[in-house]
Design a binder for this molecule. Sequence first.
Ligand code: NAD
Length: 343
Amino acid sequence: MHSYVRITPPLVRSLLRSAAQQRSFSASAGRPAQWGFIGLGQMGFNMAKNLQKKLPSTDTIRIYDINTAAIQKFVDETKATGSGAAVEVAGSIRDASENAETTITVLPEPSHVKNVFSSILKEPMSSDALSTERLFIDCSTIDPASSREVANAVHSTERGRFVDAPMSGGVVGATAGTLTFMLGAPEALVSRVEPILLLMGKKVLHCGEQGAGLSGKLANNYLLAINNIATCEAMNLGISWGLDPKVLGNLINISTGKCWPSEVNNPVKGVVEGAPAGRDYSGGFGVSLMKKDLGLAILAAEESGAKLELATRAHEVYTSTEKDERCKGKDFSVVYRYLGGVE
Ligand code: NAD
């Protein structure tokens, strides 16, 4: 326990204590807890590091990724700090989750989440005592229908409980442990899941039943996708009429056009200090991730029958921007460059 008591602030400490109390389901009181973490990519790697660092040294975190270089890097970096939970490398997806009270997944797309859970659920698990209380927290951004499908598979096979907790805050937030999680879970599970998520983030918004976290995340990102294109177009338009970019940016940001892309992530260099436009659109939220989230929002809208007038065209814009050699791999505000904006 010594290591995390030293490094965590009082609020997190008290949440940890309550998380530890909630662990009583795992086995006899006081037994060290085991955690599974699957998906050590840009987000997962940093989230797992925060989790490992804040857990007591009596706990164990079993990590798995198909990318062995990511696993090695995790082992090396956590060994160097010498504190927090013990780290073990799992030999398979099943091995990471089978004996874990809590398994966290951070995977790219719906197909990955479905594949990972079909491996987890394929055969009965050895530690069936855990089955009713085993908790799976999926932080991947996927469509709500796929998430519900996986949740149903987990629940109908009685292997545990599955909740969705997609996040916002990007790699910077994952590294700093300041992510915001949008949680889809039954009310009864919130008090158990929230303290765990707060080891990797700053805020947890409970959006409703399982799947609701993803619905909230995709509705927000749909708006973001449209606002970004509109901001790029409006800036390009005003500048083509001879307006100074800073004057136009300031005007928008005290007027009704104000939005996150205009105020924080303005696509024109020099308008907002620190925005990706000022560093050749590097870092930030990648254009391919925006395209992916927009695609998921479109899919989810089709399933619910909600009409989206601008979605298809916006998706085409992101597809073309992503293909443009000058824009590939850049922050999504690079749409301004794709439109031919003056730089
Ligand atoms: P990433 O591609 O960097 O990482 C995904 C990891 O999953 C990779 O390391 C990959 O090897 C691993 N993986 C794939 N299939 C696997 C399998 N079968 N078993 C084990 N590991 C497997 O993706 P990311 O940027 O970390 O994003 C993860 C999720 O978080 C995505 O759904 C993304 O949309 C969402 N998200 C990302 C950001 C961001 O800024 N990157 C922000 C918010 C949300």
